[in-house]
Design a protein around this ligand. Structure first.
Ligand SMILES: C[S@@+](CC[C@H](N)C(=O)[O-])C[C@H]1O[C@@H](n2cnc3c(N)ncnc32)[C@H](O)[C@@H]1O
Length: 213
């Protein structure tokens, strides 16, 4: 299911996409808007599994994914949920959103800006979520964009919920990445940095954040 957040848009899209199509969609999006994609390749299965560790293993959790891109993390979340709960994915790029909706018909794909998360989720009758996973290119965002999106993610988390994202190791010393890491400490009471996932292009660490302040 896909929600374009504007009238007259296509309704539900279903179907299957192959790995080659996923790569083609990723390259097309990266060429279309390099500053919003911010990656040279889709996240690896290993990194996607690391991110999905914050999805509760029992019950019917509500999971939100920010910037699903071509859907590698989406697939891992779907596997972990195994039909439980709800999975909403917020993607700015219309073509990538369509791609994810076709590949994952059970995911509620919303085309929109993650900074508007509260409003976007409200359209789907969701006010609180159990986990937020992000594939957003944080280090490329302006300070005000980083702050707005992170605040929006923290605002929708249940008190016992978790937020998880990743950062490329080679970029950790750069200004945008350092600013984002400091912001995590401002917004969350607990921020854990996991071990490097070497099987990713480029290698990455993930941040697991709990208890919004
Ligand atoms: C690094 S890519 C995602 C990689 C993804 N994990 C994959 O494997 O394909 C970042 C994604 O975030 C999306 N994005 C960037 N800014 C956004 C925003 N403000 N709101 C929602 N999505 C955004 C981009 O369109 C892109 O699809």
């Amino acid at each position: 299911m896909i929600d374009f957040c504007h009238p007259g848009s296509p309704g539900k899209l279903t179907g299957v996409v192959t790995g080659r199509r996923q790569l083609q969609a990723f390259i097309a999006a990266a060429l279309r808007s390099p500053a919003t994609v911010g990656a040279v390749a889709p996240s690896s299965t290993r990194l996607a599994q690391r991110l999905t560790a914050v999805v509760p293993g029992g019950g019917n959790p509500v999971v939100v994914e920010l910037g699903p891109g071509t859907g590698s993390t989406t697939a891992a979340v779907q596997r972990r949920l195994g039909g439980r709960g709800r999975h909403l994915a917020v993607e700015l790029d219309t073509m990538l959103a369509e791609h994810v909706a076709r590949a994952h018909p059970s995911v509620e794909v919303v085309v929109g800006d993650a900074a508007q998360l509260t409003q976007l989720l409200a359209r789907h009758g969701v006010s609180e979520v159990d986990a937020v996973l992000s594939g957003l290119p944080w280090s490329l965002f302006r300070p005000d964009e980083q702050r707005a999106i992170l605040a929006a993610a923290a605002a929708v988390l249940r008190p016992e919920g978790a937020f998880c994202t990743f950062a490329y190791v080679h970029a950790l010393p750069l200004g945008g990445a350092r600013r984002f890491r400091a912001l995590l400490d401002e917004v969350f009471d607990e921020v854990l940095t996991t071990r490097t996932v070497w099987r990713n292009l480029p290698p990455a660490v993930s941040y697991v954040c709990r208890r919004p302040r």
